[in-house]
Design a protein around this ligand. Structure first.
Ligand code: GRF
Length: 221
């Protein structure tokens, strides 16, 4: 009987800081909710809290300081070579704060996933919660999407929505969105591990057996 763990899809997760989304995905894999193996956690800095936590879980970690490279292209080449050592089925960006070059994105096309803290295509880029408050939207949230060369605009896999409260600050809104991120990213990771996520030739996403890919507060995934 083959060892089921050996047959599990492999994830490499890229982080830059606390790695709370990475932790949520690792915990989903450890609990069995997500039938995948986290082969490695790689950070764009030599040391981060997320790397320390992943190492404490027995996961292979690599701190690749982007400041040690003369430009974006050489960093991305080193990053890609490091990733390839772990033969991942998917590369999950989780709080990864580097803009990736088109060459890197092309190398991992179709298996490069990101989570962005807004309901794309609204509010690409940084400071999304301040943008949401400044524009007066009443709904906000997060998006898990395939990465393309165009920043924060790839085919959407799932979204989680939260209401904007009258008294919200960027910090209070960010906290509620982050809680939703920790729900939808592990769920998407589970779908990826099951081979249920498909990207059509016209860049549309299909997920087998799933009628809605919008998650709301209180919805049990
Ligand atoms: C999250 O809001 C994520 O959407 C953004 O970075 C923030 C921190 O993520 N990309 P994490 O706690 O490092 O996973």
């Amino acid at each position: 009987m083959p060892d089921p763990k050996k047959l599990r899809p492999r994830f490499v997760i890229l982080i830059s800081g606390q790695g709370s989304n990475m932790q949520a995905i690792v915990q989903a894999c450890q609990s069995g909710d997500c039938a995948a193996e986290v082969a490695a956690v790689i950070a764009s800095r030599a040391e981060t809290a997320g790397l320390a936590w992943a190492a404490s879980q027995g996961i292979h970690t690599v701190g690749l300081a982007h400041t040690a490279y003369p430009n974006r292209e050489t960093f991305d080449t080193a990053l890609a070579q490091t990733i390839d050592q772990f033969s991942p089925d998917y590369v999950l960006l989780a709080g990864f704060m580097r803009v990736l070059t088109p060459g890197f994105v092309a190398r991992f096309a179709g298996r490069l996933i990101n989570i962005h803290p807004s309901l794309l295509p609204s509010f690409p880029g940084l400071h999304t919660h301040a943008q949401a408050l400044a524009t007066g939207v009443q709904s906000h949230g997060c998006t898990v999407h395939f990465v393309t060369p165009v920043l924060d605009h790839g085919p959407i896999i799932a979204q989680g929505v939260v209401a904007v409260h009258h008294h919200d600050t960027p910090e209070s809104l960010a906290s509620r969105v982050l809680g939703m991120e920790h729900l939808i990213y592990p769920q998407v990771a589970c779908w990826l591990a099951q081979g249920r996520v498909h990207l059509t030739s016209d860049q549309r996403v299909l997920v087998d057996g799933v009628t809605t890919r919008l998650f709301t507060p209180g919805q049990h995934l």
